[in-house]
Ligand binder design. Structure first.
Ligand SMILES: [Zn+2]
Length: 348
């Protein structure tokens, strides 16, 4: 889209938080246009950053939201590593929308935006997301890497340098959990990695996925529990109760491997191990495989309100949180014995 067209979108007064935009899922170009419009509407509060390009040359965008002053703790929210999880970009956009357009009228929003820096990367995998909007490809999960054996796609959330290649990822290029040829072989995961590294003020992060209604901490690659398990569970329980207070929905809290399944090469574990961040995956609505990824559009706003409640709680805790302990302090005596049977459903 040309900058002129983007300016015209920006002129379409977005003014109100929420609103009709969230009544239905939106294609990538609509998401891009809204991001540009938000940055144009409120340059005092937000800046749009191009953090890198996808394989097919699309931009990966981060919206940086903050009031005045610098040196504040930052919290990063991301989504859509997995293309078919359409509620994830909507929830990220809803959080951005509420923070930006609620700033003038809601003192509780203003205090958060003034006390923290919020970084939102709504679509980490734009190629896969665009592909999932094409006929018969709604259930596409991976990026659009040409694996040169007739198959396409790497699972970006198996491509991070966190026990890359381990259990809960596949070396088979045709698999929906194909990990790629090396850690960070994919430009999309590498771009988000570099953005984390370039923003050392980040103290916590949530990567939104669907589905399952779960708040998941490290680790995915091992049943061992992280050194900061108690703190991670305490904050997780806080997000859980904030979510429940919105519409009464229950989101389970736990470490990934024992609560969901093993995941090696995931963003969350990399952010915790490599960057020392309080790190979560939130699996949004629905709870189960019906309707699964095909969450009805009427549930976009209620689900996004749950994501917002969790986000605001994490921002509050991040403003005053102690630094997580480092791996050096990790007692490997962790009792990772929360073994659950793998659930018979597609990876999420
Ligand atoms: Zn996912």
């Amino acid at each position: 889209m040309s900058s002129c067209a983007l300016l015209m979108v920006g002129a379409l007064a977005l003014g109100q938080p929420g609103g009709e935009w969230f009544d239905d899922y939106k294609p990538f170009t609509d998401i891009e246009a809204r991001l540009h419009a938000m940055a144009a509407d409120r340059p005092d509060l937000c800046t749009l950053v191009d953090i890198g390009d996808s394989i097919e040359g699309r931009d990966i965008w981060a919206l940086r939201i903050t009031g005045s002053a610098t040196g504040k703790p930052a919290v990063l929210f991301s989504g859509t590593q997995h293309a078919r999880e359409w509620i994830s970009p909507m929830t990220n956009m809803f959080i951005a929308d509420q923070l930006v357009y609620g700033y003038d009228t809601d003192p509780t929003i203003r205090s958060r935006v003034d006390s923290a820096e919020i970084l939102i990367v709504p679509v980490v995998n734009p190629d896969g997301y665009v592909y999932s909007w094409t006929p018969n490809n709604r259930m596409w999960r991976k990026n659009r890497r040409d694996n040169r054996d007739g198959t396409y796609g790497v699972d970006l959330n198996r491509n991070w340098d966190a026990s890359w290649g381990g259990p809960g990822s596949s070396g088979n290029p045709s698999s929906s959990t194909y990990r790629g040829t090396a850690a960070f072989s994919e430009p999309e995961s590498a771009a988000l990695r570099d953005f984390f590294i370039a923003n050392p003020d980040i103290v916590s992060t949530v990567d939104f996925h669907a589905y399952g209604q779960q708040i998941l901490s490290p680790y995915g690659y091992t049943y061992d529990l992280p050194a900061d398990y108690d703190l991670l569970m305490d904050i997780g329980a806080g997000m859980q109760s904030e979510i429940a207070a919105v519409h009464g929905e229950f989101y389970e809290v736990g470490a990934t491997a024992g609560t969901l399944y093993r995941v090696s090469g995931g963003l969350k574990d990399w952010a915790y191990d490599d960057q020392g961040l309080l790190s979560y995956t939130i699996e949004l609505r629905p709870e189960g495989s019906s309707p699964g990824f095909a969450l009805p559009p009427q549930q976009i706003i209620p689900t996004s309100e749950e994501g917002l409640a969790a986000a605001l709680y994490l921002i509050d805790r991040s403003i005053a949180i102690p630094e997580p302990s480092t791996l050096a302090l990790l007692g490997m005596a962790a009792v990772g014995l929360l073994v659950c049977a793998l659930r018979n459903r597609p990876p999420n």
